[in-house]
Write a protein that binds this ligand. Structure first.
Ligand code: ACO
Length: 334
């Protein structure tokens, strides 16, 4: 049976470096470098400049992924775009990216809305499309522009200090004979926890979708019950990692590298400890990226390549948890 593999990865972080000291300097936010580092492991994150969009960042990341995959744009047949912070409510970022990268021909573009699990959901869809022989080469990108939608007051400080902007992309194509490619995947959601981490407005479920009152109440900012999210993240990430390994008939000891979603370093350390994965077999970028949601895993992949931690045929475990709640895992051969 045909299999898909990742042929190359790319990433882009915008230029505005925001340190914890910069956030500490915002009096209304009432936070500190010490609190942020102790509770999350984050030291700095990047924000877009005025006018810079998710699609701008996607274009950079995709061009780098294509270069690393040694493919030209002409060979790409489909786009999958994961983001929870699209440039506009309508249409999705996939169409804007199609116009940017392929202005002279049409390309199918699918938008994925699965927050921190979006990249793994997208990877599973891409794998299925390649296996089904619908396409040969697919561009999968995750971007996030959080900085333009954060509450820089005490009310929103729990969420605000976590997030950064960024983009990550991969190119997928058919795996050559003998290469295991994408081996197994597991996807989950549990909507009864949707309101534990959500962005309520603007909402088409309400008429009008937004109002001055709603804005005055700050209900257009993301809200999170951090402790509940934390607890579920650890439990579900461990659970789904075991699930995907079992599906593939593999053991934790077979894993060469673990690339977890980057929401909080403490979550990842607890997950790795419970799984029994040593620190040397894990890549974290959160210290210098913050949580870039759908972009975190491809950014980690790029960092693993830069650090020389990925060799051909290495067994790679990707696991994520986020709003929805959604959680997901993929096991693949590099
Ligand atoms: N600066 C200073 N103090 C703060 C901040 C801040 N930025 N944020 C919260 N606090 C305070 C709280 O008000 C509270 O004060 P109190 O004791 O006086 O009431 C105290 O710190 C402790 O608050 P907790 O919420 O219990 O802190 P916790 O140790 O749980 O850390 C955090 C909070 C970092 C948000 C953690 O709960 C977490 O990481 N949760 C999971 C985040 C996550 O995984 N999100 C999913 C991905 S995002 C996505 O999918 C879109």
């Amino acid at each position: 049976m045909r299999k898909a593999r990742i042929l190359g990865s790319g990433m882009y972080l915008p230029g505005r470096l925001i340190t914890n000291a910069d956030l500490e300097a915002i009096k209304e936010l009432d936070t500190s470098d010490e609190w942020i580092q102790q509770r999350t492991g984050i030291k700095v994150r990047r924000y877009v400049s005025d006018g810079e969009s998710g699609v701008d960042m996607a274009e950079h990341a995709c061009r780098q992924a294509l270069e690393n995959a040694r493919l030209t744009r002409d060979e790409i047949e489909f786009i999958i775009y994961a983001t929870m912070s699209p440039d506009y409510f309508l249409p999705g970022n996939g169409c804007f990216l199609q116009d940017r990268l392929f202005p002279h021909r049409t390309v199918g573009a699918l938008d994925v809305r699965n927050q921190c699990s979006g990249f793994i959901y997208g990877l599973t869809v891409a794998d299925s499309l390649i296996r089904a022989n619908l396409y040969d080469y697919i561009l999968l990108v995750g971007t996030e522009v959080h900085s333009t939608g954060l509450d820089f007051t005490r009310e929103g400080r729990d969420v605000t200090v976590l997030f950064g902007d960024g983009a990550g992309a991969v190119v997928l194509g058919p795996a050559p004979d003998g290469h295991a490619g994408v081996i197994a995947s597991a996807l989950h959601s549990e909507g009864k926890f949707a309101r534990e981490l959500w962005l309520e407005f603007p909402a088409s479920a309400c008429n009008p979708r937004i109002s001055h009152d709603i804005i005055d109440q700050g209900r257009h900012y993301p809200k999170m019950n951090g402790r509940v999210v934390f607890k579920h993240a650890v439990t579900r990430m461990v659970e789904v990692s075991h699930e995907v390994l079992a599906k593939a008939g593999k053991e934790i000891g077979d894993v060469d590298l673990f690339l977890p979603h980057q929401a909080n370093l403490r979550i990842n350390q607890m997950v790795a400890a419970q799984l029994g994965i040593p620190a040397a077999k894990m890549v974290n970028t959160i210290e210098w990226t913050g949580n870039t949601t759908a972009a975190t895993i491809p950014i980690c992949m790029c960092e693993a390549v830069t650090q020389g931690k990925l060799k051909e045929n290495d067994l790679l475990l990707l696991t994520a948890f986020g709003a929805g709640f959604t959680w997901a895992s993929v096991l693949l051969s590099w």
